[in-house]
Design a protein around this ligand. Structure first.
Ligand code: AMP
Length: 443
């Protein structure tokens, strides 16, 4: 099946081919024709499956007819984080370049004045995080009565972040007769309830989770002594053919600590976590995208859903507390036809967490003895220069599972319990106004 078979306009087909896409992904095949027909959709798909284009493309064609009015956006896309909202805006720019649609991005932290000005002009697409949208609504800056197309993206993430009451509130302010598209990687009960309440005869499209079905992610588990996680990671970074890597930690403090440690060892690493100002986060991301650094040390909230191309490796420095986060984390690699490696460092204490992940993905994570445990507990010289990332071939899996027992099981303690810092909900943009705020989409 080609994009032309989906019923999209010639302008969109041109934009899609300019984006370099040969054929639609399964979620695009399933969703686009139904969205164009005006149907409600439940898309069970996560980032990495092409889900953004599955709603952005048909929306552009739907919105190509009709005109926007001041303060009355014609469509609304709700995103859980500012980064995701900004990313969807970028998608609109990319696919909408042959159309004349206007959009506004409403995210926390950006000056309200600019956002209000954009709304005053009238927008076809409003992309918002729930908190800021409610804020502007309560101030009387937005009328949602003309908004008959609603997208609730990453609904399970919204649930994690406590946004469901806001979303319910927003839904009641939109016209009852509207088209609603809901996307979620998983369908926990509160999301099902939300869908039952606010969607009308939705068509459900479920695509294989990249974590289970995506053979392009080579998943591996490395058992490590908790006191030597850093050394194990450094060995892996030096031994693997790491072009670009995202290293996930469970705590912001560990993101900071690990970044400093890697930099001392001459790795080109940068941090991204929820405590950083938005401008700083964007700067690190841009440095990563531009190749100035090839290692991004990240927390879950900051990295969720980020669309960064060509990430060769994902490392779980900490096993995620939530099994779903594992799926989201490793989905950063092996994207859009590329292959990737996802390596999880696990201590003895992580047994239960690993078991939950394996249950969720429906398969064991193949273990390897990728990183030797040093015989002595000595810190290696931190200033030893990092080997060039691409110098070595990927390590071959070695050793059978029963040969991988940690040497000092009783030592499995400290780091996992240290300084628990929850990641805050991702609201409040403190950085500069993004360039694409409320600008036309060309055409
Ligand atoms: P998403 O799941 O929306 O986060 O998209 C994941 C990545 O796939 C993004 O980099 C998109 O640009 C890319 N992508 C979307 N649709 C296609 C397609 N049909 N062919 C190839 N890449 C695509």
């Amino acid at each position: 099946m080609t994009f032309a078979d989906l019923g999209l306009s010639d302008e969109l087909l041109r934009a899609v081919s300019e984006a370099g896409y040969d054929e639609p992904t399964p979620i695009q095949r399933g969703a686009i024709p139904s969205v164009l027909m005006g149907k409600d959709i439940i898309g069970i798909a996560q980032t990495g499956t092409g889900k953004t284009a599955s709603f952005v493309l048909p929306m552009i064609d739907i919105l190509a007819q009709g005109r926007s009015r001041a303060r009355m956006p014609r469509s609304l896309i709700l995103e859980p984080t500012r980064e995701l909202a900004a990313q969807v805006a970028e998608n609109f720019e990319k696919y909408g370049k042959h159309h004349k649609l206007s959009m506004a991005l409403l995210i926390g932290g950006v000056s309200m004045g600019d956002q209000v000005k954009a709304l005053e002009k009238g927008v076809d697409v409003l992309i918002a995080t729930p908190g800021r949208l409610m804020d502007l609504f309560q101030r009387g800056n937005i009328l949602l009565t003309g908004c008959d197309l609603l997208v609730i993206d990453e609904a399970d993430r919204m649930l994690d972040m406590g946004f469901i009451p806001d979303i319910e509130d927003i839904c009641t302010k939109l016209p009852a007769k509207r088209q609603t598209l809901l996307f979620s990687a998983t369908m926990p009960a509160p999301i099902k309830k939300l869908a039952d309440k606010f969607l009308t005869h939705p068509k459900t499209i479920e695509v294989a989770r990249p974590a289970t079905a995506n053979a392009s992610i080579d998943q591996r588990l490395v058992r490590v002594d908790p006191r030597r996680k850093k050394e194990a990671l450094v060995e892996l970074l030096r031994g693997e053919d790491v072009k670009t890597a995202i290293i996930f930690c469970n705590r912001k403090s560990m993101v900071r600590e690990l970044t400093t440690s890697l930099k001392r060892r001459r790795f080109a690493a940068g941090p991204i976590h929820g405590d950083m100002e938005q401008a700083e986060r964007i700067k690190e991301l841009d440095r990563f995208k531009a190749g100035e650094i090839n290692i991004l040390v990240a927390s879950d909230v900051a990295a969720r859903g980020l669309d960064i191309k060509d990430v060769s490796h994902v490392f779980n420095f900490d096993v995620p507390w939530q099994p779903d986060d594992y799926v989201h984390r490793i989905g950063r690699t092996g994207r859009a036809g590329k292959t990737g490696v996802a390596i999880t460092l696990a201590t003895k204490e992580d047994g239960d967490a690993i078991a939950s992940i394996e249950k969720l993905i429906g398969a064991p994570i193949p273990p390897i003895e990728g990183a030797r445990e040093p015989a002595e507990a000595t810190e290696p010289a931190e200033d030893k220069p990092a080997r060039k990332p691409r110098a070595k071939k990927a390590a071959e899996p070695r050793g059978r599972p029963e040969e991988r027992k940690p040497k000092r099981e009783s030592e499995a303690r400290d780091t996992a319990r240290r300084d628990k810092e929850p990641e805050p909900a991702d609201e409040g943009w403190n950085g500069p106004v993004p360039s694409f705020l409320a600008q036309g989409l060309g055409g």
